[in-house]
Design a protein around this ligand. Structure first.
Ligand code: PXG
Length: 285
């Protein structure tokens, strides 16, 4: 069955959902996006995703031609049109069609696109046994070059690091910032447990402030787990008791090996298990 896609103001079959070859989203990666999930027919933290999309767009001087309410409704309507109650949504705003030149002032009609599909999850085994990851040589973009807080359509930085991970037989890769500090993974934020305290890099380490990351920090506080943002080095990860990643697609996933160093006992830890369970409860609330 063809999927139904929202484009600008209407729901259309996927074969009618087309963008121009002159769209600067295609020509330059000039645009912003979000990835969201729905659980049992409810979109998780829809408002937070809408806010982050608007923040990303504002940061690149892209004016989204629809209201926040209209886009939020489009997400819900697109899921419904595809009869998806547990689904994945890709929300994309491109700069629109323009001339063959960088000038964003010579583009018009930003395209607002909502695609809904089933989510392809990591195999269950990864959640039970934990992931092995490696550090990529590709650094996370310097925030003076392009802020990692913008969820832009230009993901080549992360894709280069992802390739390095895949070439090493890993599904995720750790990215460091220009100072050599831990930033995040290619599509997930990272947490480590040290002396019973849960630590994650601060926004100024050059990360995307993940919505799952925020939810997990709230859950840790509610569970009485001391949780703080802290500058981290690879040594802090290697010598931690537990490590896990968070993201819309991955949810909470344990990491048991980094660059050949076994983390903790080499099996997912108790704090990871507790927050995974709490996260599952939260998304189904
Ligand atoms: N860091 C980066 C660089 C991301 O792209 C996250 C962290 C986690 O953020 P949320 O808000 O999802 O908790 C992301 C987002 C995919 C996919 O299909 C995943 C992301 C982006 C694009 C595609 O797996 N993760």
């Amino acid at each position: 069955m063809p999927r139904i896609v929202f484009m600008n103001d209407t729901l259309v079959p996927e074969n009618e959902a087309r963008v121009s070859v002159f769209d600067h989203g295609l020509l330059y990666g000039d645009g912003v996006f979000e990835g969201l999930r729905s659980y049992s027919g409810r979109v998780f933290r829809l408002d937070a995703h809408i806010d982050r999309l608007w923040a990303s767009a504002r940061s690149i001087c892209l004016e989204i031609p629809l209201s926040q309410q209209t886009v939020a409704k489009a997400v819900v309507d697109t899921l419904a049109a595809n009869a998806l109650s547990d689904g994945y949504v890709r929300l994309v705003v491109t700069r629109g069609a323009g001339s063959l030149g960088l000038d964003p002032n010579r583009t018009k009609d930003p395209q607002v696109i909502v695609i809904a599909d089933t989510i392809s999850l990591y195999p269950r085994e990864y959640y039970e046994k934990g992931l092995r990851i490696v550090t990529a040589a590709t650094q996370r973009t310097h925030s003076a070059a392009l802020s990692p807080r913008i969820k832009s359509l230009n993901y080549l930085n992360n894709i280069m690091a992802k390739l390095e991970g895949l070439q090493a037989g890993c599904v995720e890769a750790l990215m460091l910032n220009h100072k050599g500090e831990v930033a995040e993974c290619t599509g997930d934020n990272i947490f480590v447990v040290r002396a019973g305290t849960l630590l994650t890099p601060p926004p100024d380490a050059g990360i995307l402030e993940g919505i799952t990351r925020g939810a997990v920090m709230e859950l840790a506080h509610a569970a009485g787990i001391d949780c703080r943002e802290s500058t981290l080095t690879r040594h802090d990860l290697y010598t931690g008791e537990e490590c896990f990643l968070t993201g819309t697609a991955a949810e909470v996933i344990p990491v048991v090996e980094i660059d050949g160093r076994m983390i903790g006992g080499g099996t997912p830890g108790a704090i990871t298990a507790r927050l995974t369970a709490d996260f599952h409860k939260l998304v189904r609330q």
